[in-house]
Write a protein that binds this ligand. Structure first.
Ligand code: SAM
Length: 267
């Protein structure tokens, strides 16, 4: 006898019930029989059931033990592998070779969405693209919408291009989340915009420069990174960046230029 599984808030379990939204997500995946697809948090299979029959190989990564058991029972096909693991930490190159193409999809658990996205962007085996559902506000931060641009925009922007595909209302889920959602597409670059050995230093520099969104860029870079105002002024002048800007006004490429200029001149 199958037992009822209740949604766990701690794992951000909001199950997709809207058939139109499911179909739109599947359409965006542009599936073909050669595809390898990784789904994050298959849950009860809302997307899984529309994918596995149309692809070569399907991997589902589900953290919840109860849902993992349910999925194991439900999907016993040869081309399906359900993995009981944490998508924030899993190393997907243990399952898919570095040079094998795959597509990633997921109605992501909102509490862990950023960490999951970054884990896959950082992996040696990167997806060809990701189609993922996140909170609308997070989607806006990732794509760098003018009002929401911030550290997350830079953090994810060095690895990929991103766009919002469509918005999704709370009524499309059970239980209903309190916020609106959006499906976004992330297209990883072949190489991140900052070279590997500088990523940590770059992130540290930018994170410390975002200590306050209200401070000017001159003050926030200077106080956050403990660099004199004189030096920061010289850097900003060299790159023709307005000292009165706030950190969120800078484009990703300006952060990169600024970091390399500082590093090459003063470190
Ligand atoms: N895909 C299903 C759907 O659309 O109905 C479920 C989506 S629900 C928003 C998020 C799913 O991710 C849940 O099944 C949850 O158990 C799972 N999950 C939560 N945290 C996870 C993690 N760190 N790694 C893998 N799966 C996780």
């Amino acid at each position: 006898m199958s037992r009822r599984i209740y949604a766990k808030k701690s794992l951000s379990q909001n199950f997709l019930i809207d058939t139109k939204v499911k179909s739109k997500i599947i359409e965006c995946l542009d599936l073909n029989q050669n595809d390898i697809v990784v789904e994050i948090g298959p849950g009860k299979g809302a997307l899984t059931e529309k994918i596995y029959n149309n692809v070569n190989k399907f991997f589902g990564i589900e953290l919840d033990d109860d849902l993992y058991s349910l999925l194991q029972l439900k999907y016993q096909n040869e081309n399906i592998e359900i993995i009981n693991d944490d998508a924030r930490k899993i190393d997907i190159s243990d399952f898919i070779d570095n040079d094998t193409e795959y597509k990633l999809v997921g109605n992501l658990p909102y509490k862990s969405a950023n960490k999951i996205i970054l884990n896959f962007l950082n992996s040696l085996s990167k997806p060809k693209f990701m189609i993922v559902m996140v909170q609308l506000e997070v989607a806006k931060r990732i794509i760098g919408d003018e009002k929401f641009r911030g550290f997350l925009t830079v953090l994810i922007g060095i690895y990929c291009r991103s766009e919002i595909l469509f918005k999704v209302k709370p009524t499309s889920f059970n239980p209903k989340p309190k916020v609106n959602s959006a499906v976004i597409k992330l297209l990883p670059y072949n190489k991140p915009k900052v070279d590997d050995e500088n990523i940590e230093g770059f992130m540290d520099f930018v994170a410390k420069s975002f200590v306050s969104r209200r401070k000017t860029i001159l003050n926030s870079i200077s106080s956050g990174n403990k660099i004199s105002k004189e030096i920061v002024t010289q850097l900003l002048n060299s790159l023709d960046i307005n000292k009165g800007f706030r950190p969120q006004n800078l484009e990703l490429d300006q952060w990169i230029e600024l970091y390399y200029l500082y590093k090459n001149r003063y470190e």
